[in-house]
Design a protein around this ligand. Sequence first.
Ligand code: UGA
Length: 425
Amino acid sequence: MPSLEEELFPSTPGKFKDRNRHFHRCFASTSTMFLWALFLIALTASYICFQSFMDSGNRYFTATWGGHHWEKNVINSAQIRRSHGGMSVLVTGAAGFVGSHVSLALKKRGDGVVGIDNFNNYYDPSLKKARKNLLNQNSIFIVDGDINDSKLLVKLFDIARFTHVMHLAAQAGVRYAMENPGSYIHSNIAGLVTLLEVCKNSNPQPAIVWASSSSVYGLNEKVPFSESDRTDQPASLYAATKKAGEEITHTYNHIYGLSITGLRFFTVYGPWGRPDMAYFSFTRNILQGKPITVYRGKNRVDLARDFTYIDDVVKGCIGSLDTSGKSTGSGGKKRGPAPYRIFNLGNTSPVTVPMMVAMLEKHLKVKAKKNFVVMPGNGDVPFTHANISSARKEFGYKPTTDLQTGLKKFVKWYLSYYGYDQGKL
Ligand SMILES: O=C(O)[C@H]1O[C@H](OP(=O)(O)OP(=O)(O)OC[C@H]2O[C@@H](n3ccc(=O)[nH]c3=O)[C@H](O)[C@@H]2O)[C@H](O)[C@@H](O)[C@@H]1O
């Protein structure tokens, strides 16, 4: 005799339908669905956890600084290898144009040098990597990092007692500021303040030499430009951030006793230069047979720049470091007044842009296809001309390379680096 249960739930489902059975089936399928839902939720949750674990893992594994080996590299690179008056310098923007040249020059005379660079893609990062390789070959270690990373900076100061900071990391370029204003604030304002905060807190405090710009003279018409001239009329956001940098560094000098030297660079050019600059991009275009755009001022007046050769600027940077004096504070407290200086590093002989093009044509042995265009309102200024008497007086700054000679050296480097055919690819 079948049990009640067998009666109610025969082994062949579907044959027997009653309300109870229906209820149980419904219940069974709901609970199955519930279990499935639970299972899916658990699966999703574990997936999310796994992903975030992987993310943090990735961050950890791709972290480019830290660890015993890394610290050893920093310590070795920072070590002074000359007996008298050596310095240990943190060079920011060391894979940049001026940064790489200054780093090599310091290392060559036996100073300790550690570089830091974020290798951003404002221009071809492979050129920055090539500069880095050059520095590595000369026993200079470059940390891959951003000056906004205060933890990294603190760590660097912890393990290497830098006597000086050569601060050259920046968002450069006058006209690009209209395309990407945020990058100027990130590097030239926020990055600068982060660096100054770390310097001010470190013990002993380093002396700081940093790159301002001739662009701070903006719409100033008094020539040549002297350090005491007006600099409150910037023509671009780039210039405004550099001017702000001068004010910001002044407050850190005033409150915390940091020794500060700001260098107003005048259109620095030369081998290993910046591809975004006119002389460089003109060279590429001329070799590729492409036209170049030459800006002109009102009434067809040619624009002019006080083009300054890299080796002269390097001498100016090193002269500034050598005469920077000491910061007076420690642990965030000022102990007395410290030097605050600003110098023009120019060439004192402006050359018009068409003349610069003619020199390139001569060295490249190729005629340029020139399109003359009225200077757009994009932050450019019509001319620059440096008075360099302050730098001359203070540390014997005396530029010795004229544009003709400097461009010849640049073209020689360009052709050896990219080759004649590179431009035609
Ligand atoms: O001295 C400085 O402070 C500045 O010098 C350069 O700025 P700039 O002098 O404008 O240098 P380029 O961009 O190489 O321009 C040089 C000249 O060529 C002109 N030019 C530029 C580009 C172009 O396509 N055509 C052209 O005629 C510009 O108007 C300017 O007169 C650097 O790019 C800045 O980072 C630096 O701070």
